[in-house]
Every structure is written in C-alpha cells, then in structure tokens.
Design a protein around this ligand. Structure first.
Ligand SMILES: NC(=O)c1ccc[n+]([C@@H]2O[C@H](COP(=O)([O-])OP(=O)(O)OC[C@H]3O[C@@H](n4cnc5c(N)ncnc54)[C@H](O)[C@@H]3O)[C@@H](O)[C@H]2O)c1
Length: 259
C-alpha cells in the first residue's frame, strides 16, 4: 500500500501548464496546498503572480513549441531533483464549424491542445523514467466533455480533445507494458467558470447560464473542484488508475438524452 501519511503530495514535484488562469491556476494552488513543489508555465506572464502567491516557480512556455519541452522539464528536474507529476492543462478553443474553420485555426488549435500535450508527455516520461529510486510518475491530461459529445460550432476544439482522450490511453498502456511505474489519466471537465467560458460569454451573452443548466447541478464548476480531482490522480492514492478518464461535469454527460 502507498504511504499516505502527511500531506499527500509532499516530496513530489509537479509541472502545470496554462497556470495563469482558470483550472491551471487552481491546480497550482491545490498541488502546493497538498505539499508539492510546483513549476507553473504559461504563454501569459501573468502566471508568475499566480505562482508567486503560493511559492511556486514559473516559466514562460508556449506548449506548442515542442523543441522547448525537454528544457522545461530539465529545468524542473535541475531545481527539484525529480519530476513526479505533469498536468497538461493549457488549451484553447477556436469557435469555427467545419464550414468555417481555416487551416491556420485548425493547426493552432491542434498544435496547442494535442501536439503540446503529446510533447509534454514525451518529455515527462523521459524524466520520470530516471527518477531517483526508479521510474515513477503521474501524468494528467485535460480533455473535455466536448470530446464525448461534439460541438458543431468548434470542430477543431472538440476533435483535438477527442485526440487527447485516446493519446492518454495509448501512453498509459505503453508505460504499463514497458514496466514503467508511470500512470497517465485524463480529466474531463464540464462547464467550468474560467477564462475560456468568460470570453465565450462576451461573444454570446447568456451562454454561461445556458451551459450551466445542462448540468443537473444547474451550476458551473468552480476550477478548484476540477483541481481537487487532478490532485487525486496525481497522488499515490490511486495506483491502479491508469488509462482512465474522470468526469468532473456535474453529471452533464450522465443525463439520458431523452430527458
Ligand atoms: N472552462 C471549461 O468549461 C472547460 C471545459 C472543458 C475543458 N476545459 C479545458 O481546461 C483547460 C484549462 O482551460 P480553462 O478553462 O482554465 O481556460 P483559461 O483560458 O482560463 O486557461 C487556459 C490557460 O492556457 C494558457 N495557454 C493558452 N495557450 C497556451 C500555450 N500555447 N502555451 C501555454 N499556455 C497556453 C492561457 O494563457 C491560459 O492561462 C483547457 O485545456 C480547456 O480546454 C475547460
């Protein structure tokens, strides 16, 4: 059985992408509260203030720049001696249907949401294999309920998040079969009160209330609620969970479509 004494992420080292706002910022706060050393990254330098508030480190990073990933991971290992947790959270929406989407919009969405996530996993596994004491790690990729029920108005977003779901399973099976003690799981958020939804509300007033009503709880998720599930998957409390996806959606996807 894992040792569950003390703060559950004590002695663990984590990288959280997209830390400047929303779920990423809440995750930095939660992992720090649970005792982890954290490196937050974001293209937005505002992430520095979020991290400084809770004693986390910060680096500017565009996750889609795949060549940068090994040095981001290397810097965390150099600073803290190991890497235990990677939360691939950075993501963007594109708001274009199949008839409107341009190649540029498609590529940008895929570069951030899926290629960046892949590159993060690849660099993290290389580091986690070399952890002192043997291979060990937990990767959490952020998918979306729109990877399960598609959004007609955002073909690039929902299909890229669909790819994140299967990427997660492929990595989990690979690591298990190779005998690495590295788990890879996905969090599937529903409608969460963050920058993505607030920006969409500006373009489509009333959207937040409409989306909130699709959850039987009839409210949006607080990002801290999503971060709590991320912290669980990052911990040693679920060693048999890998290749799984955890819905944090207020039962949105549990509703029978006929009711
Ligand atoms: N909010 C929701 O309702 C919801 C639902 C399902 C899934 N998600 C997913 O949750 C994740 C977090 O989003 P959020 O809701 O907190 O939105 P958010 O806009 O508040 O946060 C996203 C963060 O990612 C950063 N980012 C964007 N592009 C980047 C890049 N190339 N490199 C590094 N950082 C980058 C942004 O600067 C921002 O800080 C995303 O992957 C999103 O798709 C959100």
């Amino acid at each position: 059985m894992p040792d569950l004494s003390g703060p559950r992420l004590e002695r663990k080292v984590a990288i959280v992408t997209g830390c400047a706002s929303g779920i990423g910022a809440a995750t930095v706060r939660r992992l720090r509260a649970d005792g982890a050393q954290v490196l937050g990254t974001d293209v937005n330098p505002d992430g520095e203030a979020v991290c400084a508030e809770v004693g986390a480190s910060f680096a500017v990073q565009d996750v889609s720049d795949t060549a940068l990933w090994p040095s981001v991971v290397g810097n965390a290992v150099a600073a803290f001696g190991r890497l235990d947790i990677l939360v691939n959270n950075a993501g963007v929406v594109s708001q274009a249907s199949i008839e409107d989407v341009t190649d540029e919009l498609w590529d940008r969405t895929y570069d951030i949401n899926i290629k960046g996530t892949m590159a993060g996993c690849r660099a993290a596994i290389a580091a986690m294999k070399g952890n002192p004491g043997g291979s060990k790690g937990a990767i959490i990729n952020i998918a979306s309920t729109s990877a399960i029920g598609a959004l007609p108005g955002d073909v690039a977003y929902c299909s890229s998040k669909g790819a994140v779901r299967v990427l997660t399973k492929s990595i989990a099976v690979h690591c298990a079969k190779e005998g690495y003690n590295i788990r890879c799981n996905a969090i599937v958020p529903g409608a969460t009160e963050t920058g993505i939804l607030n920006r969409a509300e500006e373009a489509m007033p009333g959207l937040k209330a409409a989306v909130a009503s699709t959850s039987p709880l009839n409210r949006l998720a607080d990002p801290a609620e999503t971060a709590a599930a991320i912290a669980f998957l990052a911990s040693d409390e679920c060693p048999y969970m890998t290749g799984a996806e955890m819905l944090v959606d207020g039962a949105m996807m549990a509703v029978h479509p006929g009711f």
